[in-house]
Design a protein around this ligand. Structure first.
Ligand SMILES: NC(=O)c1ccc[n+]([C@@H]2O[C@H](COP(=O)([O-])OP(=O)(O)OC[C@H]3O[C@@H](n4cnc5c(N)ncnc54)[C@H](O)[C@@H]3O)[C@@H](O)[C@H]2O)c1
Length: 267
């Protein structure tokens, strides 16, 4: 029996990066996994998205850990596809206890050069996406008598980011949703928290650096915000934090922001 045996976790952006690491860590602790990802390249930004093949290998890796996994190729902007994924999870796994709103994009743009398409994609995916998934999952959490929603914001959900105004706005918005949903959903015994990582060693990190014509380490050294002498944190560090927040050890934790920033926000 694992700590999460009998629980079902619904994870967006699960094909690679942080979502995949969280899916595998929760499965290793006994949870059944519903893994949603757009699963293909979309119009923006120009870096590698998770693929349907990544979803297939994730399913195999979860099942090798001894728990169940269902996968959905869906865009969090598409309410009908999100609804089908949530209902498909209930049909296959019976419940949703943990929601990790993790799918997101990032790209640099100066405010006076930003296009409507760039602004809209950032806000629609990073802010409306979590709204789409949450509003479909919450009725099933209420049926269970409770649950936990963990929103993957960023340090940029608690500070400003240079040439990242659309990203920063989306992540502050997600911090706000966390606060508001925590108030609204506490009577239903649904906890809502946000996490705020510094740079994480994922395909997003690699892709952002490549779009700048730099290596990830050059980008990290140029920003040099972390107090601890590390360029970034790993997806597994994020998974440790998410597992704590999803667990009964955090049963009275809601509405709060958890930084995983190697000290960045301390100065
Ligand atoms: N990498 C970082 O430095 C960093 C730091 C702080 C916060 N974050 C946030 O953490 C989250 C995960 O980031 P990551 O580093 O794992 O990124 P990533 O790009 O490596 O992985 C993101 C996953 O989300 C999927 N995705 C993107 N748009 C989607 C959509 N519209 N619908 C469904 N799936 C979609 C991608 O296919 C990919 O598999 C994001 O919300 C990101 O903003 C990242």
């Amino acid at each position: 029996m694992g700590e999460f045996t009998g629980k079902v976790a619904f994870i967006t952006g699960a094909a690679h990066g942080q979502g995949r690491a969280v899916a595998l860590a929760l499965a290793a602790a006994g949870a059944d996994i519903a893994a949603l990802d757009v699963g293909k390249q979309i119009e923006y930004p120009a870096y590698d998205f998770g693929s349907s093949a990544d979803l297939d290998t994730l399913k195999a890796e979860v099942e090798a850990l001894g728990t169940k996994c269902v996968t959905f190729a869906a865009d969090v902007r598409d309410d009908a596809a999100v609804t089908r994924a949530v209902e498909g999870t209930i049909a296959a796994l019976g419940r949703i206890d943990i929601l990790f709103n993790n799918a997101g994009i990032c790209a640099y743009a100066k405010v006076d050069e930003m296009t409507d398409d760039e602004w809209n994609a950032m806000i629609d995916i990073n802010l409306k996406g979590p709204f789409n998934v949450t509003r479909r999952a919450v009725p099933y959490m209420k049926q269970n008598g409770g649950g936990v929603i963990i929103n993957n914001s960023s340090v940029m959900g608690l500070r400003g980011g240079n040439r990242l105004s659309h990203y920063t706005a989306s992540k502050w918005g997600l911090t706000g949703l966390t606060k508001a949903w925590a108030i609204e959903l506490a009577p239903a015994n649904i906890r809502v928290v946000s996490i705020h990582p510094t740079g994480v060693n994922t395909p997003m990190n690699d892709g952002l650096a490549a779009m700048e014509g730099k290596t990830p380490i050059e980008i990290a050294e140029a920003s040099a915000g972390n107090l601890l002498p590390v360029p970034w944190v790993e997806s597994e560090d994020v998974a440790h934090m998410v597992l704590y927040l999803a667990s009964d050890k955090a049963r009275y934790v809601t509405g709060a922001q958890f930084v995983l920033d190697a000290g960045l926000l301390s100065v």
